[in-house]
Each structure stands twice: as C-alpha cells, then as structure tokens.
Design a protein around this ligand. Structure first.
Ligand SMILES: Nc1ncnc2c1ncn2[C@@H]1O[C@H](COP(=O)(O)OP(=O)(O)OP(=O)(O)O)[C@@H](O)[C@H]1O
Length: 238
C-alpha cells in the first residue's frame, strides 16, 4: 500500500559504521505508514548497519534518523516504547525457555502471537533452543508482531530457511502491514521479499544504488540481480 502520508521513519544522508569508521555513507531512505519497504544488497553492503542505526541500536556517524518527522538520537529501548519493533538478525529468543515463556516475556498478548502463527501452538511446551531455525524465526516474528508495533524492523528473516518458511514469514509481514503496521525489512532473498514489498532500496558498498517500487524491481529482477546483487539470475533463489 503506497500512501501520501509523511514518512514514519527516515534516514537523511545517513552515515553509519563501527568505531568511527563509516561503512554506510549518505543513505536516504523513507518508510511511509502501511508500507513494506525492503532493503536489498549483497553481503557486506551495509544493510544491517543501516537498519541498526535507524533502530537506534547503533549510534549514527552523520546525517539524521527521523522518527515521525523529527530527528532522533534516542536509543533503541526508548523507540521500542514509542512503537518500534525489531526482529534482529541474531537470535533474539531465549533458548532455555519454552516457546510459551518466550511469548510471555514479549510485549504483546500470547494469544495474538498464536493467532498470527498457529504453527507455534503445538510447540508451546518445547524449549525454544530445540526448535528448527524456521520455527525460531516464526517465534521471534510472532512475538514482535504480537506487540502491535507501529513500525517493525526485520533483519534477514530468511537466513538459512527453506523457501516455504520464508514465504510464510513474508506473508505475515505483509498481513501486518495490511492491518496498519509499517515494515522495514533487510533481505538477501530478493524474490521472496519483493513479492510482498511495496518499495525497494538496493545498497552496494554502503550507498543506495537503486530505489523504486517493488513492482518495478520485480519486472527488472534479472537485470537488478546481475547489476547489483551479484547474482546471474540463473542461480537466483526462487
Ligand atoms: N560489529 C562490527 N564491527 C566492525 N565492522 C562491522 C561490524 N558489523 C559489520 N561490520 C562491517 O560493516 C560492513 C557492512 O556490514 P553489514 O552487516 O551492515 O552488511 P550487510 O549488507 O547487512 O551484509 P550481510 O548481508 O552479509 O549481513 C561490512 O564490511 C562488515 O564487515
């Protein structure tokens, strides 16, 4: 859904990196209410760094992050209190706790998480560390979405997962957006992400090299994969 409403989250000439050394340079990125925006790019392009900086988990090195139109340097926990949800790339669930307890320590109702991912229902008593990779990502996503974030940032949900699970996770994000959430998603799995996205940005070596509607990206996917994603199209993941 493309809206005329002003962006809820923006990066303006954002520079970001580690120990004072930028690996993201001059990124401009807008996320409007109700959109699913995907950030694509090859390994090391700066996708995660951009996402973490926009989340407030990593301090920026220059430029601005704007939250509902106002520049912010608030740390992640304050933005979470203000309606931001994050599903980070690294494991965010607690392995030694059961699925149910992992959902209980989330900020949203357990029942809502189970409505979103009914697959978790039979697994409630299982230790989260014993779940498959896909089930763990579902748990992390269910917990984040159950909190009803106004903006959800998700990093590489698809990493190492079977295509069916990736589609399932992408669909859940699309549904959340259709119900009013806003989603910024970092992905390597271009096809699956573009299938549910409204708009896309492609990062290469820390800079935006392409942006447009997901529709445009889908129509030019082979060319985009060859030019920007280091894939020849033939070997692209479906
Ligand atoms: N904690 C860190 N300390 C120092 N450098 C880092 C750190 N994390 C990432 N980098 C470097 O910053 C650059 C951008 O990394 P980033 O993780 O943002 O890329 P990415 O596009 O998300 O890649 P991937 O798809 O492989 O996760 C890379 O050169 C990476 O090696």
């Amino acid at each position: 859904m493309l809206t005329d409403e002003p962006p809820v989250l923006q990066a303006r000439d954002l520079h970001a990196g580690y120990r004072g050394v930028p690996c993201v340079r001059g990124v401009d990125l807008d996320v409007h209410p109700g959109e699913v925006v995907v950030v694509l790019g090859p390994n090391g392009a700066g996708k995660t760094t951009t996402l973490l900086t926009m989340a407030g988990a990593l301090p920026g090195l220059g430029g601005d992050v704007l939250w509902r139109g106002a520049p912010t340097k608030a740390p992640l926990h304050r933005r979470v209190g203000d309606g931001l949800g994050v599903v980070p790339e690294e494991r965010s669930i607690t392995s030694r706790l059961s699925v149910l307890d992992n959902l209980r320590i989330g900020a949203g109702p357990v029942e809502r998480a189970l409505e979103l991912f009914s697959e978790l229902r039979p697994l409630l008593g299982r230790r989260a560390g014993l779940l498959s990779g896909g089930e763990q990502r579902m748990l992390a996503t269910a917990r984040a979405l159950a909190a009803g974030p106004s903006v959800l940032l998700a990093d590489e949900l698809s990493l190492g997962l079977a295509p069916m699970i990736v589609s399932r996770l992408m669909r859940a994000l699309r549904e959340a957006a259709d119900q009013g959430a806003t989603v910024l998603l970092v992905e390597q799995h271009a096809r699956k992400a573009l299938a549910v996205a409204d708009r896309a940005y492609i990062l290469q070596r820390g800079a935006v090299v392409w942006s447009g509607t997901a529709d445009e990206a889908r129509r030019n996917l082979r060319r985009i994969e060859r030019a920007y994603l280091g894939q020849d199209g033939a070997g692209a993941r479906d």
